[in-house]
Design a protein around this ligand. Structure first.
Ligand SMILES: [Zn+2]
Length: 101
């Protein structure tokens, strides 16, 4: 399990190039493991982590294009972190969801 950052995350598509320009971000790819019953996250697993720099508008457009293939893409401009989320169903369910079955 990893720290998924602060609550200041925004959808990456809402953030303009000017806000990211000349910054270095930590790009974290996360797997969100979803409950088979309620489809809400059971937990998050970190897959990859690397640094990226956004210098040109081309870098920005590439980032947006890459973010589109993931289930969700968020950015935290306070911590300079970008999160790509993918979903997985590991076959587990929440303890409280067991009672609903
Ligand atoms: Zn559940």
């Amino acid at each position: 399990m990893v720290d998924a950052g602060s609550f200041l995350k925004r959808n990456i598509s809402e953030v303009k190039f000017e806000e990211m320009r000349d910054k270095t971000f930590e790009l974290v790819t996360l797997i969100e493991m979803l409950c088979e019953v309620c489809q809400k996250p059971l937990g998050t697993k970190q897959k990859t982590k690397r640094k990226i720099r956004i210098l040109t508008e081309e870098d920005y457009r590439n980032l947006l294009r890459r973010s589109a293939i993931h289930d969700r893409a968020e950015i935290d401009l306070e911590q300079n972190k970008i999160f790509f989320y993918d979903h997985d169903f590991p076959g587990d369910i929440h303890a409280e969801c067991v009672e609903k079955l």
